[in-house]
Design a protein around this ligand. Sequence first.
Ligand SMILES: [Zn+2]
Ligand SMILES: [Zn+2]
Length: 619
Amino acid sequence: MLPRSLDPLPHESLPGYVLRLAYRLERTPSRIARLTGLAPLTRVGGEGYVRASAMLYLDPATAVQFARATRLSLAEVAALCMNRYAARYPPLDFTGTDPRRWAGNVARSTPWVSTNSTRYCPQCLAPGGQAIQHGLKGGWQQPWRLPVVVACVIHEQMLLHLCPQCGQPAHSARAAALLPRMGDLGLHPAQCRSTVRPPGRWAAQPPACGAWLSTSALRQHKISSDPLKQVLGQQRRLLDALRPDGGIPQAAARDLTGDLLTLITLINMSWPVVGRELVPAALRADVDDHVRRAHQAVEQRRRGPSPNGILRPLRQPPADPSTCAALLLAADNLIGYGPRDLRDAIAPMLGHLNSHEPAALYLLRSRAACSAGLQAALTSQRGGFYLVSRTHARPAASGRHRFAPRHIPQFLPQQLYDGHLENLHGISAKLLRRAASFKLFELAGGGTWLDAADFFQIPITTARSTLAFVRRWTTPNLTIFEDAVEYIAGELDATATLIDYQARRSAMASWSIPVSDWEVLASALTAKSSTGRPTVYDGRKRRIASVMVWAQITQGEHLFAPLVMAEKHDHGRSDLRSAVTAILHRSNPKNADLRAALTDYAHQLCWSIDNSVVPGAVI
Ligand SMILES: [Zn+2]
Ligand SMILES: [Zn+2]
C-alpha cells in the first residue's frame, strides 16, 4: 500500500493519475506502476513497462491490486479506464469479446482512440486558476484522447496537441507504452515528457523536454470566433453524449458518435468530392494538406512489403485539432440532414470511392458502427432501391418505422394503391404494387429486393425483371414514388393493429380448402344458381378456389400462390393460374357468386389465423 494516495479528478486518465501520484510521492512513474501492480513484477529489471491498453481496460486482478495500493474503490479505478465510454462510443465497445485482447486491438489499430499521444488544454493542466473551480486541478483528461474531442468547453478554446517548445505530440510514447519516460523522477505532470536529442551530439540518456505545457501560449488560431462557437456547441453536445448523466439516452449517444466517426471517415476518404462548402474557408487548405499526405502514405504502403493496413492513413483523422474540427463541423452538418438529403449528399462520395478506392468503401461500410439511418444511406442504391452487392451486407432497419417486414403483404393492397399510387403514370399497376411492397420491405429494414423475393416467396427472376422495369421508371420519377411509399409507411405506422402477413403466409403455405368445407360451399352455390348449365364443383375447382382464398388472405398475387408455384415446378406451366385469372376477370353471375362466397369464407379463415387457430375446416 502506498504511504499516501490521491483522489482521481473527474474524467482523469490512468496515465494522468499515475503522473500525479508519482509527483506527489516523489517516485518515478515506473516505480508507481510496480507498486500498484500495473507493471508486471516479472519485469523488475526493466523500466516498469505498462502496456498502452491499460488506459482502456484493466483486468480484474490488476484492478483489485491497483485499488488496494491506491486506496481507491473499484468503481474509482474502473472510471480511470476509457472503456467507461464503451456504451456511448462504438470504438470502445467490446461486448462479447475477450476484453484484454480487445483493449490491445483498440490500442493498436483503431484510429478513433489515441493511445500513443494526447491533446491537451493548457489552462486545464495549470495547477491552479480556473481549473480548480471545476475540480480539475491539472489532470490529464480521458476525452482528450478521443480524436473527436478538439476543444475545451470550460476555457472555450481549441485543444493543442504539440509541445510548443519541442514540437512533439504530448505523451507520445514509443513501444505502445502507457507513458513516455516512465523512469524519470521529478517531472511535474504538466511538463512535456518528450525526449529531446541535443543537436549534433550523441547522448546516452537524452533529456526530457520539460517545457511547461500548462503555460503553452495558444498559437494564433486558424479558427475564427464564429466557427469556434459552432465547434464549442458541437463539443458540448458530444461531451453530453459521452457522459451517462449528460441527459442523452445511450442509444442516441451511440448513434451520434458513431455517425460522426463514420461521416468524418467518409469525407476524409473522398475529399474533396463533397464537404468543401461545409468546412470553414480558412481551414480548407489544411484539410487538403491532411488528405494529400494520407494518400501519399497509402501509396507508400502499397509499395511496401506488408499487405495489411494499407488504407489506414485514409481512416486516420487529422491529429491537428483545428483540421479535425473542420471535418467534424462538416460531419455534424450532414447529421442534421433528413434521410433523403443525407443520402443525396453522400451519394457522390460513395460513387467517387467506388471508382477510385473501392477497398476503402468496403472498409468503411463493413466497419461503420453508426445509426441505422446512416447505414441505409451508405448502402448503394439505384432507382430508389438498394443494390445487391457481391458481399450482400443486409442494411439495418432505419428505426423510423413501427412496422416490420412481417407486416407487409406481398402485393400492395388495392385500397392503398388507390389512395397513394393510382395517379402515377407510365408504369403498370401490377409492377408498381409489387415494387411498393419491396420498398416497404427496405424501409422496415428487411434488406434488398433479393431478400424481399426470398421473404415473399417470389421467384428471383420475376423480382429481378420487376425491379429492372421499375428502376427505369423511377429514374425520372423517384421523388414522387418515394413520397407515395413514405405516405403508405406512415399509414402503416399509424395503424393500431398491424396484420401479421408473414404469419398468414406461413399458416397457408401448404393449405387448401378442406374437402368438408368445399362440399358445404359447393352445395350453397349450386342451390343459388337455378338458371343455366349446372356448374361442376369438383376437385379442380376446389384447388382454383383455394388459390383465390390464399391470394385474398395473404394479399399476394395468385401467380405466386404455393399451389400455382408447385404446379409450375412440376409441369413447367400452370393451368391453375390461368383458370384463376379467368374467374377473377370474367364477369358472369356464377363467377361473381363464387367470388362472393370465397370472400366470406376468407374472412372467417383470417380470423382464425390472426387469432392463432390452426387453419383447417372453418365451416
Ligand atoms: Zn480547459
Ligand atoms: Zn516538449
